[in-house]
Design a protein around this ligand. Structure first.
Ligand SMILES: [Zn+2]
Length: 236
């Protein structure tokens, strides 16, 4: 352990380079610019390269490098005047909708989930995402086996935004919501005016399990030591 004292810097770049030389993890994607044209170019370049990064980004930050100027510029009540974020449009990717499975929630709502050919979008690999309800699937005209377009903006949950109908081979299979709960076999009904289909089973294990998970959770009874162990297992 070594303590460094009295070291001063003129620019943010200098700071980052120094930290890097000490072995700290600093953002490797940084481009020094001298005018607005160079800034525009840098933003484009980062946007083009973002797929190759090992982490997801949804934007680039333009900062004043000279620390003296930073001090002069100061900050408003909310944010510094020497930094501004540029947001990229959400990243879109095509992948195959391999299957649609149904998950039963705490209140018995049966949610269709897309099982996707794993695809990297905005820094993370997506292999599963919600399809919300029957209407969403109908609206998009989704069929099992379709090539779909996935979008992920920032940290939000990935979404199926469209179907590439021109890429159909004729082997696609239409999807029907189940008439019975996939877990307990009780009748699944769609109430008038509701988008969701619910399991009517009183002792549905899926409902009981999800209720238990909710009951012990931080939002409810907050029972320490009793939690859902998060893993990739899908409760079907
Ligand atoms: Zn059920």
């Amino acid at each position: 352990m070594q303590k460094i004292e009295g070291k001063t810097f003129n620019s943010h770049f200098e700071e980052l380079e120094y930290l890097e030389s000490l072995g700290f993890n600093v953002n490797p994607v940084r481009i020094e610019c001298h005018n607005i044209k160079e800034i525009e170019k840098a933003i484009l370049k980062i946007g083009e390269d973002r797929e190759k990064l090992t982490f997801g980004i949804d934007g680039a930050v333009v900062k004043v490098d000279d620390l003296k100027f930073r001090e002069i510029l100061g900050a408003t009540a909310k944010c510094p005047r020497w930094a501004i974020a540029y947001k990229y449009p959400p990243e879109k990717k095509e992948t195959k909708l391999k299957d649609i499975i149904c998950q039963v929630g705490r209140t018995g709502v049966i949610t269709p989930m897309a099982i996707l050919e794993p695809v990297k979008v905005a820094g993370s690999t997506i292999s599963k995402t919600t399809l919300h309800n029957e209407d969403f699937i109908k609206e998009k005209g989704l069929m099992i086996g379709d090539i779909v377009e996935i979008q992920k903006a920032g940290d939000v949950i990935p979404e199926v935004v469209g179907v590439k109908k021109e890429k159909r081979t004729g082997n696609e299979i239409p999807f029907e919501m189940p008439k019975f709960c996939p877990v307990c076999g009780a009748e699944a009904v769609r109430e008038e005016g509701e988008a969701a289909i619910r399991c009517t089973g009183i002792e549905c294990p899926a409902k009981l399990l999800r209720n238990l998970i909710h009951f012990v959770s931080r939002e409810a009874m907050n029972i320490e030591g009793l939690r859902r162990k998060y893993n990739k297992t899908i409760i079907r």
